[in-house]
Design a protein around this ligand. Structure first.
Ligand SMILES: O=C(O)COP(=O)(O)O
Length: 224
């Protein structure tokens, strides 16, 4: 680590889908193939883009017609979606350009780093282990039954606790309004990224302190 450079933050918490990884095509494919098999209307990828981010249960619910918003329908469909995604999570999902350089810079600066996602926990871990294999994350936390999903701050505060740092010293990097609300209610610095699934105006309206349009643009923010 360069001794003349003081990190401003002690840790970086990343959202996964739309921030570290472009997962949209695999999620959309898994969702649509299950909807189609059940005779429900499917959705273009651009519609899926705005339905992702609230967790898989909510994705399935949003994708179904309102007449099918019943646990007796949504829960079995969620299980099928999970099974389908287990086969297709890695067809085309990849880190965005510049993520490798950003993660390398975080490591060079000696900052801790974590992932907090509304994606089911096992898929969050699988994606990190396979698609972000060169980097070690200090904490990886996906959606776990019994813990409220983002934007509830519970998960973010658990991550801070596990990292052993104060929330106020955490840079939270995400691509959606859900992320900006989470960061604000957990007392973390909300940094919005515009290469993901949501437009910059949504991020500003939900409390982004700043927007960046490339992973490399985050590197100078890490220096004190
Ligand atoms: O599965 C989702 O809904 C999105 O997950 P994310 O929190 O990584 O964006």
């Amino acid at each position: 680590m360069n001794q003349s450079v003081t990190p401003k933050f002690s840790a970086v918490v990343f959202d996964m889908d739309g921030t570290l990884l472009d997962t949209l095509a695999d999620i959309s494919h898994s969702l649509n193939s299950v909807l189609e098999e059940e005779g429900y209307p499917t959705h273009p990828v651009e519609v899926c883009r705005v339905m992702v981010g609230f967790g898989m249960r909510e994705l399935v619910r949003k994708a179904l017609p309102e007449s099918a918003h019943d646990d007796a329908i949504t829960e079995p469909l969620l299980k099928r979606m999970q099974a389908r995604y287990a086969e297709h999570w890695n067809d085309s999902s990849r880190p965005y350009d510049g993520i490798a350089e950003l993660l390398d810079a975080i490591d060079r600066l000696g900052l801790k780093k974590a992932i907090l996602s509304n994606k089911p926990d096992r898929f969050t871990r699988q994606c990190a282990e396979e698609l972000l294999a060169p980097w070690k994350f200090d904490v990886i936390m996906g959606f776990r039954e019994g813990i409220a999903p983002k934007p509830d701050p519970t998960g973010a505060l658990m991550v801070a606790e596990e990292l052993g740092v104060q929330p106020a010293t955490i840079l939270y990097v995400g691509d959606s309004g859900v992320d900006m609300k989470t960061a604000n209610s957990a007392g973390m610095y909300p940094l919005g990224v515009t290469w993901g699934y949501r437009p910059g105006d949504e991020l500003l309206a939900t409390g982004a302190a700043k927007l960046v349009s490339s992973p490399e643009a985050i590197i100078p923010l890490l220096m004190g």
